[in-house]
Design a binder for this molecule. Structure first.
Ligand code: PRP
Ligand code: URA
Length: 208
């Protein structure tokens, strides 16, 4: 299932990110804020249960402490996905963090996995994060890598994508829900999203 998280606050912050004059600091801050805003939509159907822990309200009432039924794992695709981690974690401070090292070969656009580490927990829900969904190769490979380690409950959160990338993920992994802030027009001849926002990793980390 594809959900386009279409919200005025996300639209205005994304417009800041698309601006080529936006500096790394504001770019990172906008991505962080959008990730927080998207978290509301991504987890809105997660079950909550009454745990055996209790809380006491200032009015003297004892209540069971509410907890998420799933242990949340935030799994950024390195590098650019790292820019979304803190935004999600602000909303879910108990979330564990994994890392998926993946880059796409600049000539073939094929993804190359170079690192993988996810926490092992009971009843995990893995949220794979990557701002850019271009050909979809990196996201498809990342999901395959996560499934290979036995995880089943997986969601994908991206900022900007194109139809081609979305369809690639839907075809390879129809069980994975995709959340995205904007679906752009097309890819250019070197696999960049148009209008897009340029190279997300370089803009986050100032590597160009
Ligand atoms: C970018 C981006 C995605 C990938 C998307 O990463 O962050 O992971 O490209 O492209 P795709 O959908 O065609 O696979 P990149 O390979 O540039 O690595 P980086 O984040 O380390 O710069
Ligand atoms: N990766 C990026 O960082 N930007 C794009 O437009 C496509 C892939």
């Amino acid at each position: 299932m594809l959900t386009v998280v279409d919200h005025p606050l996300i639209k205005t912050k994304l417009s800041i990110m698309r601006d080529e004059t936006t500096k790394a600091k504001e770019f990172r801050e906008s991505l962080d804020e959008i990730a927080s805003l998207m978290t509301f939509e991504v987890f809105k159907d997660v079950q909550v249960y009454d745990s055996t822990d209790t809380i006491k309200t200032p009015t003297g009432i004892i209540l069971p402490k509410k907890k998420l039924a799933n242990k949340i794992i935030i799994a950024p695709i390195l590098r650019a996905g790292l820019g979304m981690v803190d935004g999600v974690r602000k909303m879910i401070p108990t979330a564990r963090i994994g890392h998926i090292g993946m880059y796409r070969n600049e000539e073939t656009l094929e993804p190359v996995e170079y690192y993988f580490k996810l926490p092992v927990v009971d009843n995990p829900l893995v949220l794979i994060c990557d701002p850019m969904l271009a050909t979809g190769g990196s996201a498809v490979a990342a999901i395959t890598a996560v499934k290979k380690r036995g995880y089943k409950n997986i969601r994908l959160m991206c900022l900007v994508g194109v139809k081609e990338g979305i369809e690639a993920v839907e075809k390879a992994h129809p069980d994975v829900d995709i959340y995205i802030a904007a679906v752009d027009e097309k890819l250019n001849e070197v696999g960049y999203i148009l209008p897009g926002l340029g190279d997300a990793g370089d803009r986050i980390f100032g590597t160009k």
